[in-house]
Structure formats: structure tokens, C-alpha cells
Design a protein around this ligand. Structure first.
Ligand code: BEZ
Length: 329
């Protein structure tokens, strides 16, 4: 082989290797979330990691960081904005602190039950809200998941909204729920999920705003044995990818991530839908006191909430129209 041919071969081989590595574009993504390992959201994150690895032919891996290992949601949003974190499953709580229109999803009694919540989160009206995420938060919203409907669990007897007044009541740290409990005369105490068990145990709070699933899985009923079944709010979650990271991805990878993550998020919705009634029964069979309350009993607090949030969250109008359609079907 002449020296010229050898040089040509070597240049061609190098070019082929560079082209191949660009086409592969393997990534090790990091996904953060606040829920502990047994929670359905964390299971879905792990399933997503497994599926993405499989579907990318082993090229992409996703390391999942549950239980606030990367910080609280406000800190994770900052990391997503800089691109230090690639993906997250977030409650709408931190999102609604940054884009108040998302507060519309927390309107008290926007939906009556978990099936309506599921249908609403799958509607165009809710999906349209995701378009506000890149501009408002610097993340791309892939789709919604959710947890169960919100209830009140208390250390002392609670038979209706009147008994909530004056209580130090744990809330997830976000404004729409703070305003709801303030209107009820409670002292809302923001506390992230991992701190709730101890806060109930040591009396830092008198009661908590929570869903059936967390009450059972995280055993909060061991520390507070009065449950007010109110179904007063739904609790959406959103799967997001850092906007900075998104820009670096090929169209093929964007589509792969979108379809794979969306399938898992949708499965979270279906699982909560499927288990809600059964979990209510499980709680009813425990040795705890159960009361029920409906929309009418919360009327004054709802009116006061609407006075604040109908202006801050104009998407409420579209969401309500979607709920009306859902109820008509
Ligand atoms: C909560 O803050 O109450 C919560 C957060 C994530 C999943 C379920 C509950």
C-alpha cells in the first residue's frame, strides 16, 4: 500500500468513527423526584429507566434519584434550569409557585372524584397548560401523572371543615392549598412529604393534607387516627425534561423519551384510578375514626379561594369547560 493510500484509509476510518459516535449519542440521564422508593411515582420512574434503556438498544441509561436525594422540588427545578439535572417527576406544587396558572389544577372540588381527575389530566385543556412550561420554568412538560384525591388526617377528632379551624395542618409547600386552608381558618404548615411522619409523631402538626395511598403506604395512620374523607382536591404530577438538555437531543431521542415517559405517567394515572376505592376500603377497615365531608360544607372556603385564584389562574375557565364535557359523557 502506498503512503498516500494508507493516509487516505486512516482519514476515512477516523471520519467513520466520528460519524458513528455522533449517530449513537449515548447518554446517562439523571431523573430526580421526591417520593420514597415504594411509591408508585418512583416505581414509574424506575420502569421508565428500564424501558428507555431497552428501547434505545442499551445506549441510554437513566439513574433515578428518589426521596429528595437531589434536594427539594425548588432545588430540582433550579438544577433542571441549568441542565445539571436532566429529568424529574414533579408535583404541580413547585410549578404552580412559578407559573400561577397551574394553580387552576388545584381548584377545590374542580373534579368530584379520581375518575374525573384522570379524564381531566388527559384532556386537551390540561395538556395545553404544559405549553407554558418551557417559557415559564425552562422545562419541557412530557405529560401528567397524579396521586390520589386529597383528604385530611388528624391526630384529634375531625368531623367536618369546622374542626379544621385552628389546627396546625401540614400542606405540601404551594400557594393554592395554603390559601384553601387559610380560608378554613387553619394554620397551614408547609412540609415536604418525607418529613410528615415525624412531624405527626412529635406533634409539630395536628393534621395533614394527604391522599389514601400515602396514608397507607407511609403508615401515617399509625400517628393520626381521625380521617376526614373530603376528596377536596386532585393532585397532579408532571414529568419534565430540562429545556437545556432537550435542545441537545436528536429528534429521534426526543420522540423516544416522550413516548416512553408518557406511557409510564399515564400508567401512574391508571394505577391511582384503579386502587382508590380499594384503598378507601382498606382505611375503613383499620381501627381509625372516619368522617365524610362534601363540597357544600366547604362552600365559604371555596368562594374565598376563587376570589384569589380565578384572576391568578385564568386557565380555570378552560378546565371547568373540560370537566363539564367529562361529566356529560
Ligand atoms: C405530598 O406532598 O403530600 C405528596 C407528594 C407526592 C406524592 C404524594 C403526596
Amino acid at each position: 500500500m502506498t503512503r498516500f493510500k494508507r493516509l487516505l484509509l486512516s482519514a476515512t476510518t477516523t471520519a467513520a468513527l466520528v460519524a458513528a459516535s455522533m449517530a449513537v449519542d449515548a447518554r446517562d440521564f439523571r431523573l430526580g423526584l421526591i417520593t420514597p422508593p415504594p411509591h408508585i411515582w418512583t416505581q414509574a420512574a424506575n420502569n421508565f429507566a428500564e424501558e428507555l434503556n431497552k428501547k434505545s438498544g442499551g445506549e441510554h441509561t437513566v439513574s433515578v434519584f428518589p426521596a429528595r436525594q437531589l434536594g427539594n422540588e425548588a432545588q430540582m427545578v433550579q438544577q433542571l434550569q441549568t441542565g445539571a439535572l436532566d429529568m424529574a417527576f414533579l408535583t404541580i406544587a413547585e410549578i404552580s409557585n412559578r407559573v400561577p396558572d397551574f394553580g387552576a389544577l388545584y381548584a377545590p372540588y374542580l373534579v368530584e372524584d379520581i375518575d374525573q381527575a384522570a379524564a381531566l389530566l388527559r384532556s386537551d385543556a390540561a395538556t395545553d397548560l404544559l405549553n407554558k412550561l418551557p417559557g415559564g420554568v425552562g422545562v419541557v412538560g412530557v405529560g401528567y401523572g397524579m396521586a390520589g384525591m386529597r383528604q385530611v388526617l388528624s391526630r384529634e377528632a375531625v368531623q367536618g371543615p369546622a374542626d379544621i379551624a385552628g389546627k396546625k395542618l401540614r400542606i405540601t409547600p404551594f400557594e393554592p392549598i395554603r390559601d384553601f386552608y387559610t380560608a378554613l381558618g387553619a394554620a397551614p404548615t408547609p412540609l415536604p412529604l418525607p418529613g410528615v411522619y415525624d412531624a405527626l409523631a412529635n406533634g409539630q402538626v395536628d393534621a395533614i393534607d394527604m391522599d389514601f395511598d400515602s396514608i397507607l403506604v407511609l403508615k401515617f395512620y399509625e400517628r393520626a387516627d381521625n380521617l376526614l374523607i373530603s376528596n377536596h382536591m386532585m393532585f397532579p404530577m408532571v414529568g419534565v425534561v430540562s429545556g437545556r438538555v432537550w435542545k441537545q437531543l436528536s429528534d429521534a431521542d426526543k420522540s423516544l423519551i416522550q413516548t416512553t415517559m408518557k406511557a409510564q405517567l399515564d400508567d401512574v394515572i391508571s394505577r391511582f384510578q384503579a386502587q382508590e376505592k380499594d384503598q378507601e376500603q382498606q382505611l375503613r377497615q383499620l381501627n381509625i375514626n372516619i368522617s365524610e365531608a362534601d363540597r357544600g360544607q366547604f362552600a365559604d372556603a371555596i368562594e374565598s379561594w376563587e376570589g384569589i385564584w380565578s384572576k391568578k389562574a385564568p386557565s380555570l375557565v378552560n378546565l371547568r369547560k373540560a370537566v363539564t364535557e367529562i361529566k356529560g359523557n
